[in-house]
Design a binder for this molecule. Sequence first.
Ligand code: HEM
Length: 420
Amino acid sequence: MSGEAGGCPAGTARGPDLTDPATYRDADYFAQWQRARRDHPVVRLESPRFGAFWSVTAHAAARQVLERPESFTSTRGMRLGGEPAAVSAASGRMLVVSDGPAHTRLRSAHAPWFAGQAVSRLKDALRSRLDALLADLADGSPVDVPARLARPLPTWLVCGMLGVPEEDWEELALLAAAAFDETETSTASARRAASAGVFAYFAELLEKRRADPGDDLVSALVHQPGGDRLTDEEILLTCDGLVNGGLGTTRHAVSGAVLAFAAHPRQWERLRADRGLVPTAVEEILRWVSPPLHIMRTATEDVLLGGARIRAGERVVLWIPSCNRDESVFAEPDAFRVDRRPNPHLGLGGGPHYCIGASLARLELRTLLRALLDHVARFESDPVLTRTPSTFLHGLDRLEVTLIPAADAAACSPAESEDP
Ligand code: HEM
């Protein structure tokens, strides 16, 4: 990056390039964000990879952007590095890159599947699967958490909700991950091919569900009554959006949660002593891990933001992990605390695009924590850890942790009285 390089004012020490996926492997980007929040929370950057954009590291300014879609649109993409042709084909037809009435229409078609009751009926099945998995994993030997625990969990839920047959889950999850792969070995054409693979998969599933409907979201959308039903293309974009929105984010939240408790054993003890803290612990995980690294918008008009004058057409990038450590909002922002309250994190976004899968994500994390509390006495982490080289998703590709079994794990069963 040039100009105010990497989020540092010209003339001071340069920080790592926040638009280089490799930065997120091991550089101390949190220190860089801290300086940026203090010195220039809204600043124009120039990246060789992505060109010029406004970088926002402070919570208040980011929230303002998220809550004002009339001034900061999603229709020109919501992340750096999106394929322009794919964005313009999906714009106004896919939830995450729509605004105004088009967004409202698409969101109402999704909404019943993400309402409290629809989501809570998944809880028992999820808990049974987790019990079986943890009975196997919590045996005192090291576990690769992203592969063995964090990948299966969202795959069960998202693929289950979409009605993807179980034998296809693994293949679909791999295709979805390849479509967003930012490692050096991946190429734009490989990402395009993976993305086309996801679409082709759902095109076939859509035809199957048209002929033979099931109790799933694809069947419900294909057989939607009324004149304003989604077109087949919009249904395909919906499926793609749910797979992209629901798999990687939750996978990183799960691995990040395990790492947080392995690194903060007292917080695990605190949670074991008071299970009533599970809901606040879930919010703290979303703040601490912050799976989305950035969210992007494009200004539709000239607008003042945090003292900076942003011109119509300029892109604005909100660094979510930085906003979630903003010391003007969070007391002791660099402490992981399961009882943190209030916790107005932006891990699930804000404004009209606030994560539609939020209740599902919270259910997954609550159920995970309760299952872990029953099965695991403590976590022993190994230094073996690989962070994901991505500018979009903040997470771990590899993390070896030993789950030391709880003495009474064999007797555990899901508690009936716990909230949904
Ligand atoms: C821990 C897990 C999750 C995190 C951290 C997360 C994060 C986010 C964030 C930050 C946004 C806002 C994007 C923007 O403003 O442009 C968002 C939107 C969205 N999320 Fe999630 N998400 C999670 C889980 C899920 C799940 C489980 C699903 C569905 C199965 C899902 C589907 C979506 C969709 C479709 C949108 C677009 C909503 C809209 O534009 O109105 N997400 N998510």
